[in-house]
Design a protein around this ligand. Sequence first.
Ligand code: NAD
Length: 375
Amino acid sequence: MKLGILKESPGENRVAMLPESVAILKGLKVDVLVQKDAGENAFAPDKEFEDAGATLETREKVISQSDVLVTIHQLSKDEMKKLKKGQVLLAVLNPFFNKETIEALAKGGVVSFSLDVIPRTTRAQAMDILSSQATVAGYKAVLDAANIFGSFLPMFMTAAGTIKPAKIMIIGAGVAGLQAIATSRKLGAVVEAFDVRTAAREEVKSLGAKFVEVEGAQEDQSAGGYAVEQSEEYKKKQQQAVHDHAVKSDIIICTAQIPGRKAPLILKKETVEGMKPGSVIIDLAASSGGNCELTKNNEVVVHKQVKIIGNSNYPSQLPTDSSRMLGKNIVNFLKLIIGDDGALNLNFEDDIVAGTCVTKEGEIVHEKIKAAYQS
Ligand code: NAD
């Protein structure tokens, strides 16, 4: 089979895989087509893709000749119309928020897999792009905040006086939040974290941060380890607790998300107004509405000398390792749909293959996504 890798649009520096992953696919007897300059912004030149066994092609040819097309972001509307019936598309489709795209893919008979809905099971861990990219986001968010913040992060005792360590608050201690805690601690800051999942408590503590508990959070075992929507009473209680800690913080990293829903609103405008001038808020949940009331996606808002950075795509700012991790995740998924002879082998009996498939044979086949569209 032929597998095609596309160059991403301007503003996205990553590429779906680096040459090292292409070499693995070649070993699996797959012919790989790569759009010219696809790896340029991730510092992976065309020559390295060729040396790994790929054939360089124009975008049009990669799209028309590939049995399996791999891209991070979605294709344009015109390009989607050119996909053939039965052609396989692997991308981060963000399907809960992109009904129109998913309906168009279904209509075109495309077999689409959305890499952001790969089941979060133990067997799928090596394919989990949400985790690998959240690791990058948590790390880079802290570095960005440290860069912007007007004071040191670590404590210093110098002849010019003692410098107090910065206080960093992390909202949401999932993959990105835990990485943000680890990075903040390595830089010497004093860190505290909030989460609604009690399982996060020990993880937060093991990284040397304080876990701030707000009692009364709802948890649901059937949510697969994810957070669920909280009651109005809890939300108010949490906003107050966050307020009390936020006004003493120098930096806040927001990472709280609920899959398939708008991000919970946790930092109110009044809380931001109570923070010290020069404080920095990084909102990693910006693209799904943000955890802070003042966040604007892909914008920097300055409110009463507090900077609020709405950035949900830090992985693009660390393109080489982000692409390396993405490529490894994608190859691990592809191994499930490539037969011994290198041909496409779609086995929908496999729970990961079935759980990642969004459209096939003209239908939307992912039950949770279908249900979300109907509600
Ligand atoms: P996420 O990006 O969906 O959310 C980030 C964090 O925000 C989560 O910890 C969540 O509990 C928290 N959150 C949501 N609402 C909140 C609120 N109102 N207040 C405070 N915090 C709130 O989550 P994620 O980082 O992708 O991971 C979530 C879970 O999935 C974790 O339990 C993680 O261990 C698990 N996980 C499992 C696998 C696997 O088994 N393959 C892989 C990765 C993550």
